[in-house]
Design a protein around this ligand. Structure first.
Ligand SMILES: Nc1ncnc2c1ncn2[C@@H]1O[C@H](COP(=O)(O)OP(=O)(O)OP(=O)(O)O)[C@@H](O)[C@H]1O
Ligand SMILES: [Mg+2]
Length: 148
């Protein structure tokens, strides 16, 4: 388990960027944390750590945003805010996305708790508004040379 305190969006971004740089293809990242916790902010840093320019936006109205770039692990960024059952998940086509050579990033993972693909890096963000955030990362043994 890794635990971080973040006092600003840019601190969250910097923590996420280090995690992104250590990700292996085939990892599913599941966020737990309420509205405005900083999941999309974290994903921006994560994508930058993988090697993307600043491209990430919130997929709230799209279910999934895909990011592909030469030399980068592809990212599928899902927002499960409106997906609250296994049946609903099935109809989104979620199971057709290729996890093997990419990274899944799932906002509102609590909504599909029994359906989350493995191996999974669980990222819990607590705090909202202008409060500091506590970021707890479980499954960090999936990371490659984190912090080195
Ligand atoms: N330490 C912090 N880390 C991240 N975001 C912070 C922090 N402090 C304040 N914020 C603010 O919290 C908000 C986080 O928004 P963000 O869209 O990343 O959250 P989210 O969890 O994706 O929300 P949603 O549930 O609506 O998808 C931003 O407005 C950001 O400026
Ligand atoms: Mg979001």
């Amino acid at each position: 388990m890794l635990k971080f305190e973040s006092n600003s969006p840019s601190e969250t971004h910097a923590i996420a960027k280090k995690i992104g740089a250590a990700l292996r293809p085939g990892t599913c990242i599941a966020y737990f944390g309420g509205m405005g916790a900083g999941k999309t902010t974290f994903t921006r840093g994560l994508a930058e750590g993988i090697g993307f320019p600043d491209v990430v936006s919130s997929p709230t109205f799209a279910l999934v945003n895909e990011y592909h770039e030469m030399g980068c692990i592809s990212v599928y960024h899902f927002d499960m805010y409106r997906v609250t059952s296994a049946e609903a998940l099935e109809t989104t086509g979620f199971w057709d996305y290729p996890l093997k050579d990419s990274v899944f990033v799932i906002e509102w993972a609590e909504n599909i708790i029994d359906e989350l693909p493995q191996p999974m890096l669980k990222i819990s963000i607590s705090g909202n508004g202008d409060m500091p955030r506590t970021i707890v990362i479980e499954g960090d043994e999936l990371l490659d040379h984190f912090g080195s």
